[in-house]
Design a protein around this ligand. Structure first.
Ligand SMILES: Nc1ncnc2c1ncn2[C@@H]1O[C@H](COP(=O)(O)OP(=O)(O)O)[C@@H](O)[C@H]1O
Ligand SMILES: [Mg+2]
Length: 261
């Protein structure tokens, strides 16, 4: 479904050379909920932009739905961290959600239906005619999620989508995204710098090293599929897994790959 094959990305702007991604290889099978964690600046956003066809690799390649990515792939949706900038303030909530459907030339009645369904799925039924700026931050992020759901993507990429909301809203949104994933059967790549969030959400956690970025570890999260904030986080297995991820990240920080030998 998602293939990252020896991806390398170097930014070269105004003579300043930054190797954002060293050599990254991993695959996400169809329907998997995979989380990617790594220190700030390790190239997580760069990775997602490359998968979304917004940025060409320097070398290596990425594939989405078995096709090499050279432009934004059909069937892929992205939710970015900065919901404030991803919604159009002059469009009503419903029109924001319908926007990608317009580009697909879906008929008006069907667009409306998909948008209303998606808004209901994120608990925002009845807010379609409001403007984004009339809603709280957490609600705006739910609008961005509704827009991605309405598009009915086969692959959903999320870039630290809950980093800017308060803790309670964040917990609600985490559970929302788990239920959306279970309902839609979408392949989900979720990027976060929050270890607890990665372990709570994912079936798998891919840990990235600091730059030059590589896969430092790849953990199967064998927690029960039915998760909830209290039971799952109190599960000894949860604590064990989060400690492993934490230790791995500390190790990568202390001993960056590429600097050895
Ligand atoms: N457009 C750009 N031009 C130059 N350097 C960039 C650009 N975008 C990101 N970088 C650099 O690439 C590295 C990885 O950035 P990013 O992918 O945003 O990491 P993360 O999302 O993990 O915090 C950082 O050192 C950052 O400063
Ligand atoms: Mg980022």
């Amino acid at each position: 479904m998602l293939e990252v094959d020896h991806l390398n990305k170097v930014y070269d702007s105004h003579g300043r050379r930054v190797e954002a991604i060293g050599d990254l290889t991993f695959t996400v099978p169809e329907g998997q909920f995979a989380c990617v964690v790594g220190p700030s600046g390790c190239g997580k956003t760069t990775l997602l932009r490359t998968l979304a066809g917004l940025l060409p690799p320097t070398s290596g390649e990425v594939q989405v739905l078995r096709r090499r990515v050279t432009e934004p792939p059909a069937g892929l949706a992205v939710v970015f961290q900065e919901y404030g900038r991803s919604l159009f303030p002059w469009l009503r909530v419903r029109d924001n959600v319908e926007l990608p459907l317009r580009a697909q030339r879906i008929a008006k009645a069907r667009r409306r239906e998909l948008a209303d369904e998606a808004l209901a799925a994120v608990g925002l039924a009845g807010t379609g005619s409001a403007y984004p700026w009339q809603l709280s931050g957490g609600m705006q992020q739910r609008v961005a999620i509704a827009r991605a759901i309405a598009y009915q993507p086969r692959v959903l990429l999320m870039d630290e989508p809950f980093a800017a909301v308060d803790a309670q809203t964040r917990a609600d949104l985490e559970d929302l995204i788990r239920s959306v994933w279970q309902r839609l059967g979408v392949t989900l790549l979720f990027v976060t710098h929050d270890i607890d969030e990665a372990v709570y959400l994912g079936q798998r956690v891919v840990i990235l090293s600091a730059a030059p970025t590589r896969v430092a570890d790849d953990l199967d999260i064998d927690l029960p599929a039915d998760r909830d904030q209290l039971t799952t986080r109190a599960d000894p297995r949860f604590t064990e897994l989060r400690s492993r991820v934490y230790a791995q990240i500390q190790k990568v920080k202390a001993d960056p790959p590429g600097k050895e030998g």
